[in-house]
Design a protein around this ligand. Structure first.
Ligand SMILES: Cc1cc2nc3c(=O)[nH]c(=O)nc-3n(C[C@H](O)[C@H](O)[C@H](O)COP(=O)(O)O)c2cc1C
Length: 167
């Protein structure tokens, strides 16, 4: 068996409007990784323009919204892809909860994000939270579900394959 087949792979992500979910599912399909979607105990109901005020405030207040119980244990995996939508130039608050509840160490981690053109400090801030791990790659997408969906699917597949083969 190839080394890449013996490594356990996981995709951890949060998605508010489906873009990050689309990338996460494509990574899982390409690499055979398991999926762990971070879900909020209390769903977000803000829609329209209000969602930006509400979401931006959540980031500024460094909120850690409660998550539903995780159905996979990230500690059991070797390679972990972690994905988030960009909110106020950084990762979304559910990831904040994840980073504070799950202390990862010594993992190979690849980061992905979905944004509308301004990734800001997203990866820098995620790397700070994951400082005891080996960050093996980063990639970001501009609303991949809404723009060039098929191209973004190919971009995701190529990147995910590259990450796995490089390890
Ligand atoms: C509260 C909120 C804040 C956002 N802040 C940013 C931002 O700072 N930079 C950016 O490029 N896009 C920003 N966006 C756009 C999203 O990152 C983008 O649409 C992303 O693809 C959504 O991913 P999702 O569908 O997985 O939730 C924001 C969206 C929301 C709802």
């Amino acid at each position: 068996m190839d080394r890449e087949e013996t490594l356990k792979k996981l995709v951890v992500y949060y998605s508010f409007e489906g873009n990050t979910k689309y990338v996460a599912e494509t990574i899982a399909e390409t690499t055979g990784a398991d999926l762990l979607e971070l879900k909020l105990e209390k769903e977000i109901s803000s829609k329209g323009a209000m969602k930006y005020f509400w979401g931006g405030a959540q980031v500024l207040m460094k909120k850690k919204p409660n998550l539903r119980a995780l159905d996979k244990n990230p500690q059991e995996y070797d390679i972990i892809f972690i994905g988030t939508p960009v909110w106020a130039w950084t990762f979304a608050p559910p990831l904040n909860t994840f980073f504070s509840n799950v202390k990862l160490k010594g993992k190979k981690i690849a980061l992905f994000s979905c944004n509308r053109g301004q990734n800001g400090k997203t990866f820098r801030n995620m790397k700070t939270e994951l400082e005891n791990n080996d960050i093996v790659g980063t990639i970001d997408f501009f609303d991949p579900l809404l723009n060039n969906k098929e191209e973004n699917r190919t971009k995701t597949k190529n990147w995910a394959q590259e990450i796995v083969s490089s390890i």
